[in-house]
Design a protein around this ligand. Structure first.
Ligand code: BTN
Length: 326
């Protein structure tokens, strides 16, 4: 463990720890402790320093832990994870698995990180990924089919994520096409599905999930859209390790179901959670936008948009959708 990781571990209980004690415990100088604290702050960790008392986190954080995550994976799904890599800091968990996939990483390989320096969002956006407190998770899945058969996969991932949230009693969310998880139009989680493979198959898919568990207002300033986090909905109740284990379980159940049945088994739930159905919406393209009324999704997961009395079909990945407040 690096010095930074060790100091995070010590502070994670949320109590005060004196600089002197930390320096003795880790056998490093007081100024090295101070430097490490400054570095942790720059990564997004909220740390208070009080003269005479030392340092403490704004709130306790359960560090991510591989054993705890694997313990939380459903026993019937566990064998599908050949590796789980836990990174303290990484550019992007999706990029990491895309690289590994090129060198033959096995289906089910998963990666979770406390911090991403270059987290990726959909449509070339950045996913703000501050340290400690959120979930940045990716999993590689290999399908024997070509990419064409995987059209609706990102909607099925949203359903898997919704199922995981429900297992924690979180029911306030809905889905915004194609796969945003929102609570009253504020984003709770994002999904990035990246695919590599030949037209005839096989296909390697990397599914990335960014779930806001506890964002601090400072980090949130960088986010360019309305957001919320689990802590706002259910203060202090959720264990990240258990959530990651549950997310992986639901993802793997979904992957196996999707392999045999495609999007069909997920349509009912997706439609039940559709936040835009019947609402006036704007559909944004990179160079233009269209206004219409959302009429749900077709059986392939494409958006149905009514414009001047005619329903048009739009496919996932090409557009984004924003509700208009009336
Ligand atoms: C979106 O824009 O809504 C998708 C966001 C996806 C973010 C996650 S965080 C884990 C994984 N690694 C990344 O770089 N991106 C995804």
């Amino acid at each position: 463990m690096s010095v930074l990781e060790q100091i995070f571990d010590i502070l994670s209980d949320g109590y005060f720890h004196s600089g002197q004690k930390i320096s003795n415990q880790l056998a490093i100088s007081r100024s090295s402790v101070w430097n490490a604290i400054e570095r942790l702050k720059s990564m997004g960790l909220e740390i208070y320093a009080v003269k005479g008392q030392g340092y403490r986190l704004a709130h306790a954080i359960e560090p991510l832990n591989k054993e705890k995550i694997l313990k939380a994976v459903d026993s019937r799904q566990l064998f599908r994870i050949p590796h789980l890599d836990l990174h303290w800091s990484i550019a992007s968990t999706n990029q990491y698995l895309l690289d590994l996939a090129k060198y033959g990483a096995k289906s089910g390989h998963a990666c979770v990180a406390e911090y991403q320096t270059a987290g990726r969002g959909r449509r070339g956006k950045t996913w703000i990924s501050p340290f400690g407190g959120n979930i940045f998770l990716s999993q590689l899945w290999r399908f024997s089919t070509g990419p064409a058969a995987l059209g609706g996969l990102s909607l099925a991932v949203a359903v898997a994520l919704g199922n995981a949230l429900e297992r924690f009693g979180i029911r306030e969310f809905s889905l915004k096409w194609p796969n945003d998880i929102v609570v009253q139009e504020k984003k709770l989680a994002g999904i990035l599905v990246e695919i590599s493979g030949e037209a005839a198959g096989p296909t390697a898919v990397i599914v990335g999930i960014g779930l806001n568990v506890k964002l601090n207002s400072n980090d949130a300033k960088q986010i360019d859209q309305p957001w919320t986090d689990i802590n706002t909905l259910h203060p202090g109740e959720i264990s990240r390790n258990q959530m990651v284990g549950t997310l992986l379980s639901e993802l793997m159940k979904m992957f196996t179901k999707f392999e045999s049945g495609g999007l069909s088994p997920f349509l009912e739930k997706w439609r039940q959670w559709d936040t835009c159905l019947g609402k006036k919406v704007i559909l944004h393209f990179h160079d233009r936008q269209i206004e219409g009324t959302a009429r749900g999704i077709d059986d392939r997961g494409a958006l149905q948009l009514e414009v001047n009395g005619t329903v048009h079909t739009y496919h996932a990945g090409e557009v984004s959708l924003r509700s208009i407040r009336s």
